[in-house]
Design a protein around this ligand. Structure first.
Ligand code: AHR
Length: 506
């Protein structure tokens, strides 16, 4: 190889199954915030806009990512949102002060338009209701509007707006980050638990087929975590299907080794939430499992300072427009690995967000659309990470960083797609200067050979992509090989990798 390397080992077996992966683990998020909607998915004046004003160039990129579900309309914004403002004739819709982000909301896009967009983008919606400034009544009316076939006030109103068939939205979030002091209508755990329970009860009476997500903590750093989970679940355990988790990371102290280890915090967060759910399950002598919806996750910090300069009450200003670096893409790859390794309990996850706002896809108003660095691990994991997640037995050298001890240099996840006879290894090499040579026992995969080894690597941790210059993009010259039934993974220093094996056709 001619490069200095360190060695690791891994055993992969068909029998070591974590779970069938719920495709919704590759979900994303569009909030009425910044240029996510206006200038992102919707820009009627854009040269690629369709008859509804949706940018086709953006739809094409979203389709490339194969995003199965998109959370909407917020986020912090939903906690003061009147959904009625966004339906009916566009010329009659009110302009409102949007208090979460201190902008003007024109309401030119609302529930029905977003449903139209999801069809075009080949995705589904995960709808949030306002439990900040509103409550049971607005939530049950919205559900009647979207899901009831007809013959009632709200369902007939939908029909009169041109939507004869119900939207049949299946997954609903009971508010957003209700533990956060920044949230309009923040609640104590007791207040939220009661309100979420009563809202869930009413919504299930309107449509028993829906699935409900109860709010967990806004991050693992919240002072009320995990007591918030324990106390709210006392109320919502039997009516909710999922509890939410949100987490963003940043490299504020410019310590790359420590930054790359932050997916270990995500792992720990998931463990604690599972433990808390199972504690309430035991306490309630319940037979039901609570599943996890990690419905906001990403890197978010680059834009924090510039956002302080934004003029209040502007329309769709460039907010939360993080320009992602190469090292961000590596952490995103490891966060996806973490989600896959917990796919027995994490059934929904949303990269926050999808377009312009802390997003893998960027646009220029009136101009082009392009891929940020983080687009790539998200793309490959979403497209090829379908099937069963396997539990790799890993033995890797480790390091200590400022906040973490025993950080494995090798961070993998493994997916087996039986139907396609495909085995996929995703791996981050966290070592900043050494190649990682991994001896991988693939004993149960006789006759499998490498179809491609995709590598995302760059000399400069801070390299970024812009509209005109794509510095960070993957190549397929990975050097891994299979010999005598053994896969040797060669993962370059400081890189993200996907090794895809398929069965040799005899
Ligand atoms: O995704 C950006 C914001 O982060 C969301 O509006 C909020 O839910 C979270 O704090």
């Amino acid at each position: 190889m001619g490069k200095s390397s360190i060695k690791a080992k891994m055993v992969i077996d068909k029998e070591f199954q974590i779970s069938e992966i719920d495709p919704r683990i590759y979900g994303s998020f569009i909030e009425h915030l910044g240029r996510a909607v206006y200038g992102g998915i919707y820009e009627p004046e854009h040269p690629t806009a369709d008859e509804h004003g949706f940018r086709q160039d953006v739809i094409d990129l979203v389709k490339e990512l194969q995003v199965p579900i998109v959370r909407y309309p917020g986020g912090n914004m939903v906690s003061a949102y009147n959904w009625e403002d966004g339906v009916g004739p566009k010329e009659d819709r009110p302009r409102r002060l949007e208090l979460a982000w201190r902008t003007i909301e024109t309401n030119q896009v609302g529930t029905n338009e977003f449903m139209d967009w999801t069809k075009k983008a080949n995705t589904d919606v995960m709808m949030a209701v306002n439990l900040g400034t509103r409550g049971v009544d607005a939530a049950r009316n919205l559900l009647e509007y979207t899901n009831h076939p007809g013959g009632t006030y709200w369902s007939d109103l939908r029909k009169s707006h041109g939507y004869e068939d119900p939207h049949n939205i299946k997954v609903w979030c009971l508010g957003n980050e209700m533990d956060g002091p920044w949230q309009l209508g923040q609640k104590t755990a007791h207040e939220y638990g009661r309100l979420a329970y009563e809202t869930a009860k009413a919504m299930r009476l309107v449509d028993p087929s829906i699935e409900l997500v109860t709010c967990g903590s806004s991050s693992s750093q919240m002072p009320t975590f995990p007591e918030w989970e324990a106390e709210t679940l006392e109320h919502t355990y039997e009516v909710a299907d999922y509890i939410s988790l949100h987490q963003y990371y940043g490299n504020r102290s410019d310590d790359t080794a420590n930054f790359l280890a932050k997916s270990m915090d995500m792992d720990n967060f998931i463990h604690t939430v599972i433990a808390t759910c199972d504690y309430i399950k035991a306490k309630k002598r319940s037979k039901k499992n609570m599943y996890l919806s990690f419905d906001e996750w990403n890197v978010w910090f680059h834009s924090n300072n510039q956002d302080k300069e934004i003029e209040p009450w502007s329309i769709a200003p460039p907010q939360l427009e993080d320009v992602y670096t190469f090292e961000d893409a590596l952490l995103v790859g490891s966060m996806l690995n973490t989600l896959l390794r917990h796919s027995d309990r994490v059934k929904i996850a949303c990269m926050a967000q999808l377009v312009n706002v802390i997003a893998p896809i960027m646009t220029e108003n009136g101009g082009g659309a392009w891929k940020q660095t983080i687009f790539y691990p998200y793309f490959y994991t979403s497209v090829y990470g379908r099937g069963v997640a396997l539990n790799p037995v890993v033995s890797s050298p480790k390091y200590d960083s400022k906040d973490f001890t025993d950080v494995p240099y090798l961070d993998p996840s493994v997916v087996y797609n039986e139907e396609k006879e495909e085995l996929v290894v995703f791996a981050t090499n966290r070592h900043l200067s050494e190649t990682l040579e991994v001896d991988i026992d693939i004993r149960a995969f006789e006759g499998y050979e490498i179809a491609e080894h995709v590598v995302l690597e760059h000399e400069n941790a801070k390299a970024v992509n812009t509209a005109t210059d794509e510095q960070v993009k993957p190549h397929t010259n990975g050097e891994s090989f299979v010999q005598d039934g053994k896969l040797t993974g060669i993962f370059p220093k400081f890189s993200w990798n996907m090794v895809r094996l398929t069965k040799k056709q005899s």
